[in-house]
Design a protein around this ligand. Structure first.
Ligand code: AP5
Length: 219
């Protein structure tokens, strides 16, 4: 399974990617998580990326494409992967097509998750994440068992810097203008699968599993 998850900020890409990671035993490859780690470690890449992320803009393609190329070459990604947040514009999609072709791999399915903007703002304002292990919570829909603490590793939960309403709006605009057009690109290739992101988390996972298995059977 080589899966791409497309969807606006807060649509549940990360949440579903983690569940698929467990079910299929293939890694979630999230440029957002990788960049946040680099920001926390204050690496040169992190310092450069932060200025874009804080404004809700895309980090330049050159940086992202190289970072994802290296990640896709790692051993754990050879038997399958879940791309969560890459590609995000036509240039990145082209670069991905090229790198997969060079390594003799193909995309199995591209999942487009749709959620209305009002729901997105509510979700992201109440999202809390673990800066240590990357676990994702929601104060109402998916709360940690112990308030403010990650249930998986015991680290304090934080709110992401870009989960402020004006930045959420900007990220959504960037999605609509730059990323959404990719659904057409993948529909033309017969790879697109649509998922209703307004369903409860577990129902979404069940639907997703059915759709992915169907896609893999007919691939
Ligand atoms: P990134 O980290 O990828 O952020 P995003 O795409 O904006 O997506 P999110 O992580 O905000 O949301 P999600 O869809 O994963 O939702 P989640 O599962 O957490 O990117 C951040 C930044 O990095 C970008 O703005 C950009 O600057 C840079 N970047 C990243 N990739 C890049 C690229 N390729 N090129 C250039 N720049 C790049 O869920 C959200 C909340 O909702 C959680 O609280 C969760 O518990 C809850 N929830 C999830 N599902 C449900 C449900 N079904 N019902 C109710 N609540 C739910």
């Amino acid at each position: 399974m080589n899966i791409i998850l497309l969807g606006p900020p807060g649509s549940g890409k990360g949440t579903q990617a983690k569940r698929l990671e467990e079910k299929f035993k293939i890694p979630q490859l999230s440029p957002g998580d990788m960049l946040r780690k680099a920001v926390a470690m204050k690496t040169p890449l992190g310092l450069k990326a932060k200025s874009y992320m804080d404004k809700g803009e895309l980090v330049p393609d050159q940086i992202i494409v190289q970072m994802m190329k290296e990640r896709l070459e790692e051993k754990d990604a050879q038997e399958g992967f879940i791309l969560d947040g890459f590609p995000r514009n036509p240039q990145q999609a082209q670069a991905l097509d090229k790198m997969l072709k060079e390594s003799g791999r193909e995309i199995t399915a591209v999942v487009e998750i749709a959620v209305p903007l009002t729901e997105i703002v509510e979700r992201l304002s109440l999202r809390r994440t673990c800066a240590n292990c990357g676990a994702v919570y929601h104060l109402k829909n998916n709360p940690p068992s112990s308030a403010g603490v990650c249930g998986q590793c015991g680290t304090s939960l934080v709110q992401r810097d870009d989960d402020r309403e004006e930045i959420i709006q900007k990220r959504h605009e960037v999605y609509e203008s730059q990323t959404k057009p990719l659904s057409r690109h993948y529909a033309q290739k017969g790879l697109l699968v649509r998922l209703n992101g307004a369903l409860p988390i577990s129902t979404m996972t069940q639907e997703l599993m059915v759709k992915l298995r169907e896609k893999a059977r007919t691939a």
